[in-house]
Write a protein that binds this ligand. Structure first.
Ligand code: ADP
Ligand code: ZN
Length: 723
């Protein structure tokens, strides 16, 4: 037999299929070790054949086979081809997506516990063997027990003697490391509303592969997804359910576990390596049928997929930020086509691009306009911060927000305060010379963190001591600029000394189940106010929350990026959706310095269609996506010289393309990236706006061609983040 092997090396030069001879222990899809260029490397068997075209003396044998069932299925290889072609990355890099990192590194294995089990209770024991007799009696009463625990209680010698004499045997039992973080319990039966039924019917009978559900927050989208999954299972198939990482909350787990029990496997970053590994194998073996997770769960090893669901489809986290820089919706479409199943996208604020596809008929559009039980959407009040400043209020809170907070506290309800900046202050500025404290490795200002009394770089994580004086001029008047979550908590404590306040941001949620602990405390009403970043915007269902304060709605509005308006609209709608989800009507206070902005006007009225029509007109007249494609080739390197070399290569390559097809280019230029340095690497870019995706493959080729050992060039399409 001969095995066609892709070696696990991420390099374009070895991105081929190599042939090795093998025995019948090698199966398609399994991992092997093979001799390669004088050493032994890991490889994936993509196919087997009886014959080979090479002369036998040139073929080497497979060195060894991993002792595990084949990890890769047929669909992986089909997707690998599609991804490698689309994103110009070596096939090995694509295959890695399908296998848990822990497994490739060989760091995690199945775990077993050793158990002693009773074999015979009447074996001859000497009179003096007191411990042995005690152990045997104990085992007689319980049948089996953990080996380690027995050794602790009765002594290793006694336990081993009983085993030797045939009184007990040692067995290995596989432990399934099941992730926790959810609550058991019974689920209340729900009768689908007519709108939910109509949505389900549409998903089942409509001919489009992609179904877009546009449903206001609390309109029962999740319930529709769960029904789509149930139906896939009933048809003997599997399902994939994707949500943004931060929506993978305990509430979500609990809901899914109650509905689907052990059929659901949950993959997320809070799991230990062992747990993730075991959940993966449960999916691979077919024991679990539903893969639930963030972006990377689109590569779950489920077979015969009956439905794929992407919740909050507009979320930026669905774009991968490392190679291959794939769009999850695109990969999901590939899988849906391969399996002949539906892809359901859902959001209260679909991305302009997706909604445009629905309007043009490429996707089927399903609209849910009302919340379950007709609960009203929370009323949004705009607080004009310019007026507050005029009145002499320089705090982070408008008068109206303070009043509403006092009311919530008095009534024993809960409030959420949102702002998208962590730390105490965003910058530290010297008032004498104007110097702004910056990171040594990145071209960004440092944020002050009051809880650790230090400065942190939010790009590379570097920590610095807070200086007493300005490092430039020695001046002693350092001022904190820009409010962060820590400062908001400090200010709230002054305003409402008896209020119990929780903070949720990157700094408070590290560690396993960090999110869970904070959300649980808030859900259990151990706090009155939750202050947080983006993390609190999504998916949480806290019935007692009747007030949401949005402190810096403007921040994203002023980004110099074509998606700024879209993002602001999405953020306001998502955060507002946290208020008034149960009985009491909810309120939202939206603080802004530009109250007349049209995006805010649409957001306040929950007028998605109005927003969309306006936005799509704007994009059309200005020729921005979806009417064009923004393409950026990023170049990063430790040294300027190497970066500029690669930059020039890519840029002149693009120029040559423009000469041949001038109409394809709306814009082309090369420049420093907005942030000139991150983690010690300089950053440059070739930025272009293209009329279509026609030239993309050529641009990907240029990036590969000019990447060197010293400089990396890579392509980003309509990048979420242009920094
Ligand atoms: P969305 O995902 O659109 O924000 P959810 O699916 O979370 O909305 O539903 C909002 C609330 O309504 C949840 O508390 C959910 O349990 C409840 N709900 C959903 N569908 C029904 C139904 N058919 N009957 C009763 N309650 C429902
Ligand atoms: Zn830094």
């Amino acid at each position: 037999m001969y095995a066609q092997v892709i070696v696990d090396i991420a390099h374009a030069q070895v991105d081929k299929i190599f042939e090795y001879s093998c025995g019948d222990d090698v199966r398609e899809g399994c991992r092997v070790k093979v001799p390669f260029g004088g050493r032994t490397v890991d490889g994936f068997v993509v196919a087997l054949s009886e014959k080979s075209d090479f002369p036998p003396e040139r073929i080497k044998p497979v060195a060894s086979v991993y002792d595990e069932p084949p990890a890769l299925g047929k669909e992986c290889f089909a997707l690998m081809q599609g991804l490698a072609q689309r994103y110009r990355v070596p096939k090995a890099v694509c295959l890695r997506l399908f296998i848990p990192a822990e497994m490739r590194a060989g760091r995690v294995h199945e775990v077993y516990k050793k158990v002693v089990r009773l074999k015979s209770s009447d074996i001859a024991l000497s009179k003096t063997a007191k411990k042995q007799r005690e152990f045997l009696e104990y085992l007689n009463s319980c049948g089996e027990a953990e080996y380690v625990a027995c050794c602790e209680s009765f002594g290793r010698g006694a336990v081993n003697s009983v085993i030797e004499k045939g009184g007990a045997e040692l067995v290995k039992i596989k432990i399934n490391r099941a992730p926790g973080g959810y609550e058991e319990g019974q689920e209340e039966q729900k009768v689908l509303t007519p709108a939910q039924q109509a949505a389900l019917k549409s998903i089942e009978s409509d001919g489009h592969t992609v179904q877009l559900i546009h449903g206001v927050t609390g309109s029962g989208k999740t319930e529709i997804y769960l029904n789509v999954i149930s139906r896939a299972l009933a048809a003997g198939k599997t399902a994939i359910f994707l949500v943004p990482e931060i929506s993978l909350t305990p509430q979500m787990f609990s809901q899914l576990k109650r509905r689907f029990g052990d059929k659901a496997a949950i993959l997320h970053s809070g799991l230990s390596a062992g747990e993730r590994f075991d959940e993966w194998w449960r999916l691979k073996s077919g024991e679990a049928k539903i893969a639930i997770g963030a972006r990377s769960a689109i590569f779950s090893p489920v077979e015969n997929v009956g439905a794929i669901i992407i919740d909050e489809e507009h979320d930026g986290s669905y774009f991968s930020e490392s190679a291959p820089r794939y769009s999850t919706v695109e990969v999901a479409q590939m899988r849906a086509k391969y399996n002949g199943c539906k892809l359901v996208l859902g959001s209260a604020t679909p991305s302009v691009e997706s909604y445009a596809k629905a309007v043009s008929g490429e996707y089927n559009l399903i609209t849910l306009t009302e919340r379950i039980n007709g609960r009203p959407l929370p009323h949004i009040t705009i607080a004009d911060m310019r007026k507050e400043v005029k009145r002499g209020n320089n705090s982070a809170f408008s008068a109206i927000l303070r009043e509403e907070l006092a009311d919530v506290l008095e009534k024993g309800r809960q409030a959420i305060i949102f702002l998208n900046r962590r730390g105490y202050s965003h910058t530290v500025i010297c008032q004498d010379c104007g110097y702004v404290l910056k990171c040594e490795h990145c071209d960004v200002s440092l944020a002050y963190h009051s809880d650790e009394n230090c400065l942190k770089c939010h790009y590379c994580g570097a920590k610095y001591r807070m200086p007493r004086a300005c490092p430039e001029c020695g001046g002693l008047h350092l001022r904190y600029g820009g409010t962060g979550t820590q400062r908001v908590v400090a200010d709230l404590k002054q305003l409402f000394p008896s209020a119990r306040i929780l903070r949720m941001d990157v700094d408070t949620t590290s560690g396993k189940e960090g999110h869970y602990k904070i959300l649980k405390q808030f859900a259990d009403k151990k706090a009155d106010i939750l202050v947080g970043t983006q993390m609190i915007a999504k998916g949480h269902d806290f019935p007692s929350v009747t007030l949401v304060g949005i402190l810096d709605a403007d921040m994203s509005l002023h980004f110099s990026d074509y998606r700024a308006g879209e993002r602001t609209f999405q953020l306001i709608t998502q955060v507002s959706g946290r208020s008034g989800r149960a009985g009491e009507a909810g309120k939202v206070v939206l603080q802004t310095y530009s109250p007349e902005n049209y995006i805010l006007r649409y957001a306040v009225n929950y007028d998605y269609k109005g927003f969309f029509n306006n936005e799509i007109d704007l994009r059309k007249t200005t020729n921005f996506p979806p009417f064009s494609l923004i393409c950026r080739v990023m170049v990063t390197a430790a040294e300027d010289g190497a970066a500029l070399e690669a930059l020039k290569g890519v840029y002149f390559g693009c120029e040559a393309l423009r000469e041949r097809t001038p109409n394809e280019f709306i814009f082309l230029n090369k420049m420093h990236s907005p942030i000139k340095k991150i983690q010690g690497k300089v950053r440059y870019q070739v930025l272009m706006r293209l009329a279509s995706s026609k030239l993309l493959p050529k641009i990907y080729d240029l990036a590969v061609q000019y990447s060197t050992a010293k400089a990396l060039a890579y392509v980003e399409e309509n990048p979420v983040n242009l920094s």
